[in-house]
Design a protein around this ligand. Structure first.
Ligand SMILES: [Cu+2]
Length: 120
């Protein structure tokens, strides 16, 4: 597994060596970090500074009781390869939520982080 992932990373790096090497940092998100939205969103949208590989990228959302919120599979936006869209399986009740994200950018680098938002 370790050998495979190294080969894979090298292959990715070679394939995209034409592109500038920079890690994918979270640029913006919906709902926004620290936002207090009126109603549950249908999906969370995260926009990164670099294009990402959706198969190796995803998020986890925890409610205030540290329970995982059920999510659909994370998809990359069709025409915007730096954007990850994660539909919710059901609307979020009011409360605070923590989003933990991890992405693999097309240059083969992994990054992660987290933020919170609330639903009124
Ligand atoms: Cu990078």
């Amino acid at each position: 597994m370790r050998k495979f992932s190294m080969v894979f990373t090298l292959a990715l790096a070679a394939a995209f060596s034409q592109q500038a090497s920079a890690h994918a940092h979270l640029k913006s998100q919906y709902p926004a970090a620290n936002a207090n939205v009126e109603a549950s969103p249908q999906a969370l949208t995260l926009t990164f500074s670099e294009d990402i590989e959706p198969a190796f990228s995803g998020i986890e959302v925890l409610n205030a009781s540290q329970q995982a919120v059920p999510l659909e599979k994370a998809e990359r936006a069709p025409k915007q390869h730096n954007q990850l869209i994660v539909p919710l399986k059901q609307p979020l009740p009011g409360g605070q939520y923590q989003v933990s994200w991890h992405v693999l950018s097309v240059d083969g680098h992994k990054t992660n982080g987290n933020y919170t938002f609330s639903v009124k």
